[in-house]
Design a protein around this ligand. Structure first.
Ligand code: UDX
Length: 469
């Protein structure tokens, strides 16, 4: 099949590469000149395991090409995937301007039947807006050419996007047209194992499914983070609680890892957008508002715990940071907890010495050269002489740790772990003041079991380091 993909961002590139890889002819279009030039040379501007070799192989086989030419892009594919950005607007709603600009471009140029497929995450009702935009552009030309708009949301995780595409748990297609259904079956047919994963439904059902999936996952994370905060205050270990609840198949072990808050390009943006959509239909989405608020608070706990462990004064301190990316196997720092932490540290007058296996160029791009940010070659350099260590990303290479080595390098033996990488007992035994997420505090849980209201008032951070009365 001939397929056009609009957008050479994360979703567009993975979609284009995976569809070309099974023999479709794919033309990927983007307005960014430099990006298209690099892609034509097989240089992939994002860090995604397996993507660059796949793109190179398909460029060589001439099944995949890149263009800036909108005329060529519109005339090429029978299927026209829209995979451009839908950033959060100032009010939290998704900004559809890029999607509608593509729709306008299609409507102004198309000369035969097209299936326009919304791959970007777009609010419920967007397919109707895309159809209206194309329809209006055709009318302005005095043309009456047939087209369909369907919704085919992506469920790709960064760092595992190719695997997620080729071994998807489901492919959701929203359409009420039997013709589109047949064409979408044909599109995914080469992926034999995907054929039985196709779920057809109404357009609005598919649009809401995407948001509901991400909102559910974000809810699970905020839920376990809330339980972790309670565990810290009640002298319980959230890791034991996680094991205990995950064993119930109705709850399950996936996505209930406590941490320093969810980040990335999807969860924060999609939860916001769904809250905004709900407001638009006069339904205050209380649960989703709480999910967002808990996540916001969770991202701030790293700095609060650090400040408390260092006696409240961060000015002039040098803080080592392991991990900048919002999660491992990506250089993406969008909405990363490391950013909330760094910005709070800088505001308090502290310096950051950070190491990340891949995200340091991205960090430099975001923050530029500054005196209070050093990016160093390995985790050892980050901690040498630093006042304390904070871990923001669970990169595999951080999982092993020589505790004595670490203690010898830090000026103060303070470790704030936002990802629960280490066993608190052995950290404390090595003389490290180890604060993980929901795992008690150095020195053990409060002796009396719970912290009283009076303790909480003395302990301003509410982190539970005060001893029980
Ligand atoms: C997510 C969805 O998983 C994917 O289906 C959707 O299409 C896009 O959004 P992604 O943003 O790449 O994918 O990352 P994901 O691996 O889902 O992690 C999101 C965030 O949640 C990360 O910050 C991660 O650290 C955090 N997380 C995840 C937790 O804190 N605990 C968990 O148990 C799982």
């Amino acid at each position: 099949m001939k397929i056009t993909v609009f957008g050479s961002g994360y979703v567009g590139l993975v979609t284009a590469a995976c569809l070309a890889d099974v023999g479709h002819e794919v033309l990927c279009m983007d307005v960014d000149k430099a990006r298209i030039a690099r892609l034509r040379d097989g240089e992939v501007p994002i860090h995604e395991p397996g993507l660059e070799p796949m793109i190179r192989a398909n460029l060589e086989a001439r099944r995949l090409a890149f263009t800036r030419d909108l005329d060529a892009a519109v005339s090429f594919g029978l299927l026209q995937f829209i995979a451009v950005g839908t950033p959060s607007g100032p009010d939290g709603g998704a900004d559809l301007s890029q999607v509608l600009a593509v729709a306008q471009g299609i409507g102004e140029r198309m000369t035969d039947y097209k299936v326009v497929i919304n791959k970007s995450t777009v609010p419920v009702g967007s397919a109707d807006r895309v159809a209206a935009t194309i329809g209006a552009a055709l009318e302005a030309r005095g043309e009456a050419i047939d087209f369909d708009v369907c919704s085919n949301p992506e469920f790709l995780k960064e760092g595992a996007a190719i695997e997620d595409f080729t071994h998807a748990a489901r492919i959701v297609v929203g359409t009420d047209s039997p013709r589109v259904e047949a064409l979408m079956r044909e599109c995914y047919a080469p992926y034999i194992r995907l054929q039985e994963k196709l779920i057809f439904m109404g357009v609005r059902d598919a649009e809401l499914t995407k948001y509901a999936a991400n909102a559910m996952l974000a809810t699970k994370i905020s839920f376990i983070n809330e339980i972790a905060s309670l565990a810290e205050r009640l002298g319980a270990d959230v890791e034991q609680v996680r094991r205990g609840i995950g064993s119930d198949p109705r709850i399950g072990y996936h996505f209930i890892y406590p941490g320093c808050g969810y980040g990335g390009s999807c969860f924060p943006k999609d939860v916001k957008a769904l809250i905004h959509t709900a407001e638009g239909v006069d339904y205050p989405a209380r649960l989703l508002q709480a999910v967002e608020a808990v996540n916001h608070r969770q991202k701030q706990t790293l700095c609060a715990k650090l400040s408390q462990a260092l006696g409240g004064d961060l000015a002039g301190k040098t803080i080592a940071l392991w991990g900048l990316a919002f999660k491992p196997n990506t250089d993406d720092m969008r909405e990363a907890p490391s950013r909330t932490l760094m910005e709070a540290l800088w505001a308090a007058g502290a310096r950051v010495r950070a190491y990340d296996p891949v995200a340091m160029p991205e960090c430099r791009r975001l923050y530029g050269e500054r005196d209070d940010l050093a990016l160093v070659a390995d985790r050892g350099q980050a901690v040498a002489g630093a006042d304390a260590l904070v871990i923001c990303t669970e990169w595999k290479e951080f999982r092993t740790l020589d505790r004595d080595w670490l203690k010898a390098r830090l000026r103060l033996p303070v470790v704030i772990d936002g990802r629960n990488l280490y066993d608190p007992g052995s950290m404390h035994a090595a003389g490290l003041l180890y604060h993980a997420v929901g795992r008690g505090v150095p020195g053990g849980a409060p002796e009396q079991g719970i912290i009283t209201g009076a303790d909480k008032r003395r302990d301003k951070t509410g982190m539970g380091t005060a001893t029980a009365e």
